[in-house]
Design a binder for this molecule. Structure first.
Ligand code: FAD
Ligand code: 2HG
Ligand code: ZN
Length: 498
């Protein structure tokens, strides 16, 4: 871990410390499977048992919580939050703990309230496609349930095997097919949430249209656990496409990639379901870490690659369209080489070229991640400028094998179809000099082109000091007022962005 402690953040003395009486209350409430208590409070579990809840996926942020609570129902969440609010005990809601901005783990000794035991499908209607699930249902489990009914969850991402639907909604996750299925702000129909004082907000609407006043659920979508805990979600799910086709292309320049994207929209229109971009450093790192993986193209390497997916209802028609598109862009020399997946195994292998990048990005020791929205034309320039800046500062070399530099390489990839770049600076160790070189440089750069410092991962702890680069003082002021309204004691996910 880079951050065992946060010298710049002080524990707020208004929060109480957990006592043996508190633990006794929670044990009484939750019984056997519901509470895990760290050695030192009741001597029940060793520190190791709490460790996974204290550390994040990147091994970058680390808290010191002593208590993890696993309620099994909304009523239990309500009792927990009411008790914590009365006692002024701080709380961190946690789903699958796959978040990438340090929002899902405590900073000090906040109590983790995990949704892992709230994992039931509550309702599904196979005419409307409306699904209602507990917040702790794993995304992939929800999608498999839907697959059996001929439907698909309108969100997919690399962490699907671990992340929870509640966590997805709390972060307003975007993922690999936002281009097709839109944002959760559109597909989520309703939520059930518990407010810090224990009030249960039952807004589990199953209606697509409902214009009766302020749409309060939207505040919880992307709220990152700062105003309440989501306990269930109602979501509109589309029919599962019968035909899915994937192409993987090598491209000689970013300008040509822009042309390829425009052509894909023009020629594949209604069946286009993903347009993902990967640069050469991200692919080289992937193959350096996984030498057994076969490269999709016989030619190359190319400075850029893209993965194009189509989803439709007629396999022959879609394959023909994608084939014609590929022929066209090859003939016009927009792309240099390309391959079409011939079966499910190849399709998965092509997706692995893209989905595997986050996992290899911190292989050498660590990674600085920037998840940003930028105007498409400027998107890759940020990667070039960042790489140059690190080289000029003597922090990055010309080759990933040169171990005398802290930086391994600068990777650019992401959801190009949504103008969402993932800038990853892979490092051998977390290093203050690298961090100072990157921040606020990256955020200033983004603000300079009117981009957003967080496209889909949220702000959490990582970006709490930088929100002003993307939001006006007026909006930040309103956010603070809303936080005060919903959570006057400030117990929900403190020290994070608001
Ligand atoms: P956690 O990490 O547990 O929590 C995330 C935040 O939500 C925290 O602030 C937490 O306090 C809050 N929270 C969690 N549950 C609740 C709840 N029930 N009520 C209120 N607040 C809650 N993200 C994308 O957007 N697109 C991607 O393509 C994508 N790909 C990823 C790939 C990998 C390999 C990994 C590791 C992560 C990826 N992510 C992506 C980031 C992450 O998976 C998503 O943000 C995910 O939605 C988080 O869900 P979770 O259950 O793990 O939430
Ligand atoms: C993805 O699109 C995720 O793969 C993760 O959003 C991006 O790790 C990252 O930077
Ligand atoms: Zn992403």
């Amino acid at each position: 871990f880079t951050t065992d402690s946060y010298p710049e953040i002080k524990r707020d003395p208004k929060f109480a410390e957990i006592t043996a009486e508190d633990v006794a209350y929670f044990k009484e409430l939750l019984g056997g499977g519901g509470s895990a208590v760290l050695d030192g409070v009741t001597q029940e579990l060793a520190a190791d048992d709490v460790e996974p809840y204290n550390g994040d996926w990147m091994r970058k942020y680390r808290g010191h919580c002593k208590l993890v609570l696993k309620p099994g129902s909304t009523e239990e969440v309500s009792k927990i939050l009411k008790y914590c609010n009365d006692r002024k005990l701080a709380v961190v809601p946690q789903g699958g703990n796959t978040g990438l901005v340090g929002g899902s783990v405590p900073v000090f000794d906040e109590i983790v309230v995990s949704t892992s035991r709230m994992n039931q499908v509550r309702f599904f209607d196979d005419v409307s496609g409306v699904l209602v699930v507990d917040a702790g249902v794993v995304l992939e489990v929800a999608d498999q349930f839907l697959a059996e009914k001929g439907y698909i969850f309108p969100l997919d991402l690399g962490a699907k095997g671990s992340c929870h639907v509640g966590g997805n909604v709390a972060t307003n996750a975007g993922g690999l097919r936002l281009l097709r299925y839109g944002s959760l702000h559109g597909s989520v129909l309703g939520i059930e949430a518990v407010l810090p004082d224990g009030t249960i907000l039952n807004d589990l609407s199953r209606l697509r249209k409902d214009n009766t006043g302020y749409d309060l659920k939207q505040l919880f979508i992307g709220g990152e656990g700062t105003i309440g805990m989501i306990t269930a979600v109602s979501i509109h799910c589309p029919q599962r496409p019968k035909a899915v086709n994937v192409a993987f292309l090598g491209v000689d320049s970013y300008d040509k990639l822009l042309v390829a994207f425009r052509e894909a929209k023009a020629q594949l229109g209604e069946i286009l379901s993903a347009f993902e971009m990967m640069d050469s450093p991200s692919q080289e790192l992937l193959h350096a870490v996984r030498p057994e993986a076969k490269r999709p193209l016989d030619s190359g390497p190319y400075p850029f690659y893209c993965l194009i997916e189509t989803s439709g209802s007629n396999a022959d028609h879609d394959a023909e369209k994608l084939g014609q598109f590929l022929e066209h862009v090859l003939e016009k020399e927009v792309v240099a080489d390309g391959v079409l997946a011939q079966d499910e195994t190849q399709l998965r292998a092509l997706w692995a070229q893209r989905e595997g990048i986050p996992e290899v990005s911190n292989h050498a020791g660590g990674v600085y991640k920037y998840d940003v929205s930028l105007p498409l034309r400027d998107l890759y320039r940020l990667v070039d400028d960042t790489r140059q800046r690190l080289r000029d500062a003597g922090l990055a070399g010309a080759s990933i094998d040169d171990e005398s530099f802290p930086v391994v390489d600068v990777l650019g990839y992401g959801h190009m179809g949504d103008s969402n770049l993932h800038l990853n600076v892979a490092v051998r160790r977390y290093d203050k000099a690298v961090e100072r070189c990157l921040e606020p440089f990256v955020y200033e750069w983004i603000a300079g082109v009117q981009g957003s410092i967080s496209a889909e991962h949220g702000l959490g702890l990582a970006k709490k000091n930088y929100i002003g680069y993307s939001q006006t003082a007026t909006k930040i002021g309103l956010m603070r007022q809303l936080k005060q309204l919903y959570d006057p004691n400030g117990i929900m996910n403190p020290y994070k962005y608001v």
